[in-house]
Design a protein around this ligand. Sequence first.
Ligand SMILES: Cc1cc2nc3c(=O)[nH]c(=O)nc-3n(C[C@H](O)[C@H](O)[C@H](O)COP(=O)(O)OP(=O)(O)OC[C@H]3O[C@@H](n4cnc5c(N)ncnc54)[C@H](O)[C@@H]3O)c2cc1C
Length: 461
Amino acid sequence: MPARHAVRIRARPGGPIRRPPLEEEHLPMHVAVIGAGVVGVCTAHWLRAAGHDVTVIDRRANVAQETSFAPAAIAAPALAVPWSAPHMPGRWLRNWLRPHGPVVLRPGLSPANWLWLIRWLGESRARRFVANQERLRRLALLGREASLALIAEREIDSRDRAGCLRLFRSERALAAATAQLPVLADAGFIVEEASPERCREIEPALSDELPLAGGLSLPDARTGNVAWFTRQLKRALMADGVRFHFRAEVNELDVSGGRPRLRLRATPELQDPDLTWHPPSAPDTLEPDAVVLCTGTDSAGLLRRLGCSPGFVPVRGYSITLGIRRHERAPLAAVIDEATGVSITRMGNRMRVAGGVELGARRELSADGPVPEALWRVMRGWFGGAADLTCPQIWVGERALLPQGTPLLGATPHPAVFVNLAHGSHGWTVAAGAGQVLAELVSGRPAPIDLDGLTLASLRR
Ligand SMILES: Cc1cc2nc3c(=O)[nH]c(=O)nc-3n(C[C@H](O)[C@H](O)[C@H](O)COP(=O)(O)OP(=O)(O)OC[C@H]3O[C@@H](n4cnc5c(N)ncnc54)[C@H](O)[C@@H]3O)c2cc1C
């Protein structure tokens, strides 16, 4: 076993992080955050903590209604690995060809999808992967530190569960993963090799329907509920004076003058039918001092106004959330089935199975589509009989993914407009750290981590 170098990162004691005072030109500004997913709301937290007057705008009727609604929500810096990795094209191909595999390329892929796939293959070469992985992990480590600080500062009951187990069906795949353990240990991650018996000690309900060669245990990974967390954070921010304008779509970002000007359109059609609270109407225009785009997959229109087209595409994934019928058969925390990339997580009295890759024209969401079918199979394979199948909540979400799998943070060609985008399949892991980076940059201070490879400017190089 490799030596374990534990990196225990704790929330800073004594409340808000102390920062140097703002230069006069950056003195409390009015900052508009567009997008109230987990990334936008975390960004609003750090901007408010830096002393700014913050307005969050979203076309939906509440926070976390799009990609942040029902993802798997496993956060572990050791798992912050870009999807453009040397082993991934093979895994996608196998899962695409498999009769019930969770990878689906729908007919009618757009030219943008094809271009993305070609660039993704290029980024999967070993040298490119190592560089991209280092960039993503840098942000994921900051994400862990920043989320602990945020949870402590805002006194959020995050309801997180600790621990995640990666399950390997074949000796070959397990050997390839364990070969990486010394590298992970040197980088300070706690990852423990687990025999099949040890896997069953960690997750006693694991069934023996699928072959189990062994696992890797990540005791300091955490699994949360992204929508719950984001709603708690919204509540704390509202109490601290942050304004939220819902059902308001920013359909124009005018940067022709010195100051950005936002035009808003009311979107009553995007109401959440379950919402009993109706937020007041948003104004028609806003002229903040600075704008941060946290608009997830649907950012192309606003980015075009800035002369940018970074080339990320929406890669769809699914989740099925179910009540638990037999607790003794259910997972205690989180497992990831390495053969398919599908995860199964425990969320209080419910469990969620999530994953899949779907590119191309979107079809009606249905419980027996190819990806949901693959999720059902993985869930039944590892935790058969655990779930109450009567009322499943089936969800599809779109991950904004660059071919290199790294997010885009910070400056744009307009000095008062910033981006916090393209978090792919790691948005929950990095949201708090990415928000902290943005707040520092908007405030005219250096970012807390090296942003090499994580900016729009680095894409152009
Ligand atoms: C199946 C699946 C599993 C996942 N599992 C994990 C995991 O285990 N760990 C992990 O770290 N991450 C995971 N993720 C990724 C994570 O969920 C996302 O990266 C994260 O939720 C993205 O958050 P966001 O705030 O950027 O986007 P979103 O939540 O989509 O928020 C963007 C918001 O912008 C708003 N918006 C867009 N345009 C406008 C406009 N013009 N005007 C007003 N509002 C606008 C939208 O309404 C939306 O609310 C998973 C994703 C999927 C799909």
